[in-house]
Design a protein around this ligand. Structure first.
Ligand SMILES: Cc1ncc(COP(=O)(O)O)c(C=O)c1O
Length: 388
């Protein structure tokens, strides 16, 4: 029997990391000791007190049944308390919070709640691919807002033509940003709220990296801005904050109608996150936050070693103030794919070509700080050994 895939899968863009994956396997097969700075997945284990909370909760039969699709009241209430402590924002856990099976799940599903076939979602390029693919799966179209160095990797909202603004149903933004590591200030979020009001565009701010910030900098929530809660929602994740990527737990908060619509989609697709994981999530959010400070310290040290090393190797880069990514401009005359390939074949270092995150990512590679200091030092030595 011939298996015919749906048009929505056939229309997906070609997998841009295919070539680097192929090269990685080829280099590995030669016995090269690969340093993988490609994937944004923390190498540090989940803190023990969170694992202990899971162990205990997993033994309780009450947690073995279907959870509520919108999240346990206790988890949503812990989220509301965390929001108040961290950002000074009030949330009603009953109507303004929904628990997610990782923030990716909510990001992928929100277009199903808001986008009709032919609708436009404003999406950043470069950006986390789930924004435009989720839009496409819902039958919508992504309009790409380029994130350029001269605009500090913020979208230029004034450059969006009024007819696009009028057609747009929603906008995805993400600060601190993957892959550029850029940050946003209150002025930017104010302009986003003004844009949302002018064009009736629902804002989805992805704040997955809100806690991964350095040198005393603490990113703000989009919901701190006046009027934000009436125009949009914010996605958060426990993945990077507490090294819990495999646990699949996150949440979305904000505008009641949008949160309700996302919950409606979820109630028809999934049955919520495992309650024992939600209980461990409560411990993560409410217990002593020294582990978060340790996480920041670890990435600060790694960042400093890699930034200094890259600069001494002739690649010019400033220290990012947030995220565990370095967005590195490739040397003159190189392409993203060409430079990533050179680093892999000549130095055994895996990086991600910037164009994989969208056309405007051409000319950059992304390096993730997900190996220890010794390996980063080793990577620097290897890079210094290549001529470019
Ligand atoms: C910008 C951004 N948003 C969301 C996610 C998804 O995180 P999770 O589904 O683990 O919460 C990621 C993961 O890398 C990300 O980079």
């Amino acid at each position: 029997m011939k298996i015919e895939k749906a048009e929505r899968l056939k229309r997906l863009p070609p997998y841009l990391f295919k070539e680097i994956d192929r090269q990685k396997e080829e280099v590995r097969a030669k016995g090269v000791d690969i340093i993988d700075l490609g994937v944004g997945d923390p190498d540090i284990p989940t803190p023990p007190h969170i694992i202990e909370a899971l162990n205990k909760a997993a033994l309780d039969p009450a947690n073995h049944r279907y959870p509520s699709y919108s999240g346990m009241h206790d988890f949503n209430a812990a989220v509301a308390r965390w929001y108040k402590r961290r950002f000074g924002v009030d949330l009603d856990p009953g109507t303004e919070v929904v628990t997610l099976i990782g923030s990716k799940e909510g990001i992928a599903h929100i277009p199903l709640a808001l986008i009709d076939p032919g609708d436009i979602a404003l999406v950043a390029s470069p950006g986390y691919p789930v924004y435009h693919i989720g839009t496409q799966f819902a039958g919508g179209e992504a309009y790409f807002m380029d994130l350029l160095k001269e605009n500090n990797f913020l979208p230029d909202l004034e450059a969006i033509a009024p007819e696009i603004g009028k057609k747009a149903k929603m906008m995805f933004i993400n600060y601190p940003n993957n892959p550029t590591s850029a940050i946003a200030d209150k002025d930017f979020f104010d302009s986003v709220v003004a844009f949302a009001r002018e064009y009736n565009v629902i804002i989805c701010h992805d704040a997955a990296y809100s806690e991964m910030a350095f040198d005393g900098y603490r990113p703000m929530s989009f919901l701190e801005v006046e009027g934000a809660k009436s125009v949009g929602i914010e996605f958060h994740s426990l993945s990077k904050t507490y090294n819990m990527t495999g646990w699949r737990i996150g949440f979305a908060v904000g505008c009641t109608d949008v949160i309700g619509a996302l919950g409606q989609v979820k109630s028809n697709i999934d049955s919520g996150a495992f309650q024992a994981v939600q209980i461990a999530g409560i411990t993560a959010l409410e217990a002593d936050q020294t582990c978060v400070e340790n996480m920041r310290q670890t990435y600060t040290e790694r960042r400093d070693i890699l930034v200094a090393g890259l600069n001494s190797a002739g690649l010019s880069i400033e220290k990012p103030r947030a995220t565990f990514y370095l967005w590195v401009e490739v040397p003159q005359g190189q392409t993203s794919a060409g430079f990533a390939s050179l680093l892999l074949t000549e130095a055994g270092i895996v990086t991600t070509p910037g164009n994989g995150f969208g056309k405007a990512g051409e000319g950059y590679i992304r390096m993730a700080l997900t190996v220890d200091r010794e390996r980063i030092r080793e990577a620097v030595e290897r890079i210094k050994g290549i001529g470019f």
